[in-house]
Design a protein around this ligand. Sequence first.
Ligand SMILES: O=P(O)(O)OC[C@H]1O[C@@H](O)[C@H](O)[C@@H](O)[C@@H]1O
Length: 279
Amino acid sequence: MAAPTSVVVLDRGNNTTCTVNLHGATVVSWRVNNQEQIFVSKQSIFDGRRPIRGGIPFVFPQYGSENPQIPNHGFARVSRWKVEKPPEALIGGDVEAVFSLRDDEFIRNNYWNYTFRLTYRLILREKELHFIIAVFNPSKEVTFKFNLLLHTYFKVPDVRRCQITGLHGCTFIDKTRVGVFQEGRESVTINEWTDRIYQNTSQEHVITNVVSGRKMRVQKYNFPDTVIWNPWSDHAKDVSDFGPTEYPNMICVKSGHVSNPVVLLPGTAFEASQILQVM
Ligand SMILES: O=P(O)(O)OC[C@H]1O[C@@H](O)[C@H](O)[C@@H](O)[C@@H]1O
């Protein structure tokens, strides 16, 4: 029997909270003045085994399924993380919590035979959520490679009304058509099944018409790629734990390091971060 899932809540007051499920250290809720910003499918199954459908799954060490020994989108989103530092108020009222994942015998024997340390620091501010990630390779001899991505599902009233900036001129790998193309639009809208890895994107994206008609700013550091995904009606049925009519209410805009792997030499660390801000 898999361990039941449990959550950690960062509470900044004023109905501003962030809830993290230790299964995958998945952010499953981010409320700003009681307004939920994150989509989680009504059909998501919280059994401590399957990935959570929605929220912000932590994709590591692979994006997709290139290595069949590792689960699709990696094992981090289906591993139980540790609370390294429980939620604590910082000077000024922001709240910080730190989560961690290390290799263990199960991970080394079944998925990935490397020694690693992952830390995931979250800071909840008035209208912002900060994500600070570090991957450390403690080995003295062995180099490893990985992909990392924050698979963010934003909650939106109608995905067709959202526009995404910061992609103009970027090349993208289109998984729906197979090929590499270049984005000609100043702002991108979605009106069909979309599954694209945009490369070398701007450090900042703005998504319009998220909840309450507001804008969401995404700032990212050391995440060269941005993946845009919505399965639409035609592919919703191929996605496990996802309702057939839920696709208009979510948009995935994901910061990641996926089109090229990170190569981490012994004794070194990789750091990346993301800031989400309700504008
Ligand atoms: O069902 P999963 O493993 O969570 O994956 C969902 C989707 O994740 C996206 O990142 C991929 O681009 C899609 O191709 C995939 O369908």
